[in-house]
Ligand binder design. Structure first.
Ligand SMILES: NC(=O)C1=CN([C@@H]2O[C@H](COP(=O)(O)OP(=O)(O)OC[C@H]3O[C@@H](n4cnc5c(N)ncnc54)[C@H](O)[C@@H]3O)[C@@H](O)[C@H]2O)C=CC1
Ligand SMILES: O=C(O)[C@H]1O[C@H](OP(=O)(O)OP(=O)(O)OC[C@H]2O[C@@H](n3ccc(=O)[nH]c3=O)[C@H](O)[C@@H]2O)[C@H](O)[C@@H](O)[C@@H]1O
Length: 428
């Protein structure tokens, strides 16, 4: 099929590449000219292992092209809308990019009408797909589907090629058929339902995953007080097939472009409908206080941070991405600066973006350099470059051998035997 993908961020780019790899003829559209120029050269604006190679391959095959002009996609049968839906000042989803993309589709369609399906892939509040359909109701032969995306950054292309499920929200049988044709050959369970149900499945999934994390983070605080081991507890819980092992890792808090914004957007949607989602409110509170709780563990080892060198290892909101949106590292850096610490930070990829926000932090080229002379080292993102260290060397370099493991990823037994004072999250 001929497919246009509007927006070439994480979701748009991986959607475009995966559809092209699956044999469709795809054109990616973005307003940002510089992005399109790079994409045409096979340069990905997003860091993810393997993504650039795949991009180059489909460009060479001629199954993927890019443009800033929607008119160049006029012969497409399907238009995926993958633009950002960021958090507005009041916490609701800001839909201005979505509506401007819809207006552009309407204009193009009226100039050259034909059978087309508009697919909303962006995460949008319940009712948005219906609103889009209403806005486009004057366009004959045009129908609207909701098709939320569940990919994870860092493994976005893999997730797009092998999704956990394909959720299709569409009323008319013809629209559903087009969607089925589009995903023909993709081996994943289908949920074919209304647009509103599809939209809520997306928010509910993210909110539930965030809930699991905050539940474990709060439990980790209790575990620390009791002297128990949250990693063993999570393992024991996860073996129950009704619970499952995923998303039970306690840490310094969740970040990223979606959990924070989607949980607040869901709370606002509920409030607009007179419903209070108390559990979700608490999930956000636990997450906001988790970096603060984590840093309190430093107190016995570094009672006064003023002038003390503190190493922060990992800045991206998770490994294998350069994304720092809502990363817990930002809250940690802020708090350490307020305490007067001399912060030395390392990240394999995400340093440039953080430097703009925290110019007074010293950014090093390796983890070993960051720990030099440090009174404590903090693990914030479990990059392998930050986890697999030569502990003897680290011990020699540090002014005081104190490790605060914000991801429970350092080898506790080994480092303790090497002489370090080690504290994890809900585990000592
Ligand atoms: N980042 C992620 O891992 C996931 C994101 N989502 C959802 O997908 C949507 C997109 O997310 P990202 O890809 O992260 O966003 P992003 O902000 O990284 O990228 C959006 C892109 O759309 C472009 N754009 C905006 N308006 C446009 C228009 N009218 N015409 C053409 N291009 C336009 C922007 O220039 C930008 O390149 C959001 O609703 C997000 O919640 C869903 C699942 C995963
Ligand atoms: O809507 C979205 O944008 C996406 O949001 C998340 O994906 P992503 O934000 O890329 O990353 P995750 O792997 O979910 O991690 C999010 C945060 O939770 C943290 N996390 C994750 C798992 C865990 O057990 N503990 C934990 O603290 C991570 O460190 C990270 O900061 C969801 O996993 C995707 O399914 C969804 O499509």
């Amino acid at each position: 099929m001929k497919v246009a993908v509007i927006g070439t961020g994480y979701v748009g780019l991986t959607t475009a590449v995966s559809l092209a790899m699956n044999g469709h003829q795809v054109i990616g559209i973005d307003l940002v000219e510089a992005k399109i120029v790079k994409l045409r050269q096979g340069i990905s604006p997003i860091y993810e292992p393997g993504l650039e190679e795949a991009l180059k391959q489909v460009l060479e095959n001629g199954t993927l092209a890019f443009s800033t002009k929607l008119q160049e996609a006029a012969d497409a049968d399907v238009f995926f809308v993958c633009v950002g839906t960021p958090e507005a000042a009041d916490g609701t989803a800001d839909l201005r990019y979505l509506y401007s993309a819809v207006a552009a589709i309407e204009q193009m369609h009226q100039a050259s009408p034909k059978r087309r399906v508009v697919v909303v892939k962006s995460t949008v509040p319940v009712g948005t797909g219906d609103k889009v359909a209403e806005l486009l109701s004057g366009c004959r032969e045009l129908s609207v589907a909701s098709n939320p995306e569940f990919l994870r950054e860092g493994s976005a292309l893999y997730d797009a090629l092998a999704p956990s499920r394909i959720v299709i929200g569409a009323g008319e049988p013809e629209t559903r058929e087009v969607m089925e044709e589009l995903y023909k050959g993709v081996d994943a369970p289908r949920v074919v339902t209304t647009r509103a149900n599809a939209e809520l499945i997306k928010y509910a999934s993210n909110a539930f995953l965030a809930t699991r994390i905050s539940f474990m983070n709060e439990l980790a605080r209790l575990s620390a007080a009791l002297g128990t081991d949250i990693v063993t507890i999570a393992h024991g819980m996860g073996l129950d097939s009704r619970i499952g092992p995923e998303f039970l890792r306690a840490g310094v808090g969740y970040g990223g472009s979606c959990f924070p914004k989607d949980t607040i957007a869901l709370l606002q949607l509920a409030a607009q409908n007179g419903i209070s989602l108390g559990i979700l409110e608490q999930v956000r509170k636990v997450n906001a206080t988790q970096p603060v709780w984590f840093l309190q563990q430093l107190q016995p080892f570094v009672p006064d941070c003023r002038g003390k060198r503190i190493a922060v290892l990992g800045l991206a909101f998770k490994p294998d991405t350069d994304d720092i949106r809502e990363a817990p590292s930002l809250a940690v850096l802020q708090a350490l600066e307020e305490k007067g610490a001399a912060v030395f930070a390392y990240d394999p990829i995400a340093t440039d973006a953080v430097r703009q926000k925290f110019p007074n932090v010293t950014y090093t080229k390796t983890a070993e350099e960051a720990v030099q002379g440090a009174h404590a080292a903090l693990l914030i993102t479990e990059w392998k470059e930050c986890v697999q260290l030569d502990w003897e060397q680290v011990y020699q370099k540090m002014a005081q051998p104190v490790l605060l493991d914000g991801r429970n990823a350092w080898p506790a037994k080994i480092v303790k035997e090497a002489g370090f004072r080690y504290v994890g999250v809900g585990k000592s």
